[in-house]
Design a protein around this ligand. Structure first.
Ligand code: HEC
Ligand code: HEC
Length: 220
């Protein structure tokens, strides 16, 4: 679905004027924003189940960083929305969860649920931590990087096309996972190859950590 949405976004981009177009955040980026506002209270910053509300309500939420790995998107959707859970029987019984997990079906639409799931997958599968604030990173990326790297991070920005550059596809984990956070930060600060500019002096270390975190989320 992510790819379909990206394909549609790419078509729209070709039809409309690309200049001034906004960066297109990934599902995991959106999911993290929702998670921070709605889920972190119980599930904790890292999904370990140690949020402040869980403590005061005497709840012990599951450690999402381990449990969601074994769960399909369909089951996670049911768990989050609360929809269809009563019909799960027999060997699926372990997917029934307690009343303590709120039912979010009237709060989020299908895209938002998919985004939340992308973020849960990031928390359980990502090879590298988020070193900085992805929301700050998103704004910086939109401002400085989309011109070459493209709104989605595919590497198809206007300047990239004009100069026939081919920046790496930042949405592809096979490309970005090879680099540690420190290596990505270094590439941004000191530049890379002939056409990836060095941003030292323009961006602070904190800015660059934020950018690296945003790039990590582009892969989910
Ligand atoms: C009021 C506290 C609370 C809030 C807020 C909350 N949860 Fe939960 N959640 C729980 C509890 C408690 C459980 C464990 C229930 C159980 O094991 O039967 C749980 C379980 C889950 C599970 C299943 C874990 C597993 O694999 O067994 C998922 C997924 C989940 N929550 C996602 C979310 C998401 C996404 C949000 C935000 C939209 C959210 N939760 C908000 C309390 C909460
Ligand atoms: C002038 C065009 C241009 C701009 C602007 C630009 N990049 Fe790049 N970027 C490139 C090119 C071209 C490459 C591929 C370099 C290579 O082949 O080594 C690249 C590579 C990268 C890489 C991978 C590192 C590597 O060794 O290949 C990262 C990470 C990156 N850019 C992040 C950013 C960020 C973050 C910004 C905004 C602050 C940015 N880029 C702005 C052109 C650009």
């Amino acid at each position: 679905m992510k790819h379909l949405r990206k394909a549609i976004a790419a078509t729209v981009l070709l039809l409309s004027a690309p200049v001034g177009a906004q960066a297109e955040p990934s599902p995991a980026y959106e999911g993290q924003r929702l998670y921070v506002s709605y889920c972190q209270l119980c599930h904790g910053t890292d999904g370990k189940g140690d949020g402040p509300l869980a403590k005061s309500m005497g709840l012990t939420p599951a450690d999402l960083t381990t449990t969601v790995r074994a769960r399909s998107d369909a089951i996670l959707t049911r768990i989050i929305t609360g929809d269809g859970a009563p019909t799960i029987t027999g060997r699926d019984r372990h997917n029934l969860i307690s009343d303590a997990m709120p039912e979010w079906k009237d709060i989020f639409d299908a895209d938002e649920i998919a985004s939340l799931i992308a973020w849960l997958r990031f928390m359980s599968r990502a090879k590298h931590d988020l070193a900085g604030d992805p929301q700050a990173g998103f704004e910086l990326f939109d401002k400085y990087c989309t011109v070459c790297h493209g709104e989605d991070g595919y590497g198809d920005g206007v300047m990239g096309k004009l100069l026939a550059l081919s920046p790496m596809d930042l949405t592809n984990p096979n490309e970005t996972d090879r680099f540690t956070n420190a290596e990505l930060a270094e590439a941004i600060l000191d530049g890379s190859g002939r056409y990836m500019p060095a941003w030292r002096g323009i961006l602070t270390g904190e800015d660059v950590d934020a950018l690296v975190s945003y790039i990590r989320l582009l892969a989910f």
